[in-house]
Design a protein around this ligand. Structure first.
Ligand SMILES: [Zn+2]
Ligand SMILES: [Zn+2]
Length: 304
């Protein structure tokens, strides 16, 4: 339970509420969890709050293995009625994967394909966001990704699978090596590219992404900047180079199923993103430990 900023406690609590109880097999962590721990997060709700949003487990009622999707759209707002459920203004967030059990609405659940391990299936949540971002990117052959964290690496791999020429930029040599293993070229500085996908989430990186776009190019902003950020952008390329700048946020249920299929087929090798496995007691220290080197996700096993 999160009791406040940087106040994470492992404690016995009442059974979670929800239409269905799911016994958690694995929950993976991402930068959003660290952000929530350090600074709080809009989607957490009031403290004490459950968290963890990339969760796979077994339904108590049917015994089925499921990915617990982190959100359910309302189906009735303007965005939902337009088919843009990722932009739902009345989203129900489903958090609490860092626990032995999580409660969820049935509408949040996705069947896990046979043979796909829990830790791999949990990564369908961030991968679905990458699938969504690539769908926003247009057809450019010459594609660049700025940032070699797990999101940047997932974007690069998806673009490679589509047969594009992919360059990933990151200052860490280990992350560049990961990108190369996924079939991308890796550099420390971008030239100019028809498509630039930003996966850092800092104002400077948004600017760098725009500066790296070729005339007439497309920039997709995937990394979320800290809440309330104002981002000064260079007007020259935006205007004279007719750049097309787009946001990308979240995913739809169909994109989650697509991500599960990509993980199950091995087209996306989830082991390339899997880091250390920790128990609930080790989660806090593992989350705040400074990361250098390879980009990998923590795997939380609540039975440990
Ligand atoms: Zn995440
Ligand atoms: Zn809605």
């Amino acid at each position: 339970m999160l009791h406040g900023r940087d106040d994470l406690r492992v404690e016995d609590v009442d059974e979670p509420e929800g239409e269905v109880l799911v016994s958690v097999e694995a929950a993976t962590s991402c930068a959003t969890d660290l952000k929530a721990l350090r600074h709080g997060h809009l989607i957490l709700g009031p403290y004490p709050a459950r968290f963890g949003h990339e969760t796979v487990g077994v339904r108590d009622d049917t015994g089925e293995r499921v990915l617990v999707g982190d959100s359910v759209a309302c189906g009735a707002c303007v965005a939902c009625l337009a088919g843009q459920t990722q932009l739902c203004t009345q989203m129900t967030w489903v958090l609490g994967g860092f626990a032995e059990r999580i409660g969820a609405p049935v509408a949040a659940l996705h069947a896990v394909p046979d043979g796909l391990e829990a830790a791999g299936a949990a990564m369908a949540e961030p991968l679905a966001a990458a699938v969504h971002a690539v769908a926003r990117a247009g057809p450019a052959y010459d594609a660049a990704v700025l940032g070699g964290g797990t999101m940047g690496l997932m974007l690069a791999r998806l673009l490679v699978l589509e047969g594009r020429d992919v360059t990933l930029c990151d200052r860490h040599p280990q992350r560049r090596a990961q990108a190369e293993a996924f079939g991308a070229r890796a550099v420390q500085r971008l030239g100019h590219h028809e498509l630039v996908m930003e996966a850092v989430g800092r104002p400077e990186a948004w600017r760098t992404a725009i500066e790296a776009a070729a005339p007439g190019g497309t920039v997709v902003l995937v990394g979320g900047c800290p809440a309330g950020s104002d981002v000064p952008l260079p007007s020259g390329p935006l205007h004279y180079a007719e750049l097309d700048v787009r946001g990308a946020f979240h995913h739809t249920p169909a994109e989650v199923d697509r991500a599960l299929a990509l993980l199950a087929s091995g087209d996306i090798d989830w082991r390339g993103f899997a880091g250390e496995t920790v128990g609930l007691d080790e989660l806090h220290d593992a989350l705040v430990r400074p990361t250098a080197g390879e980009a990998r996700k923590l795997v939380v096993d609540p039975q440990r």
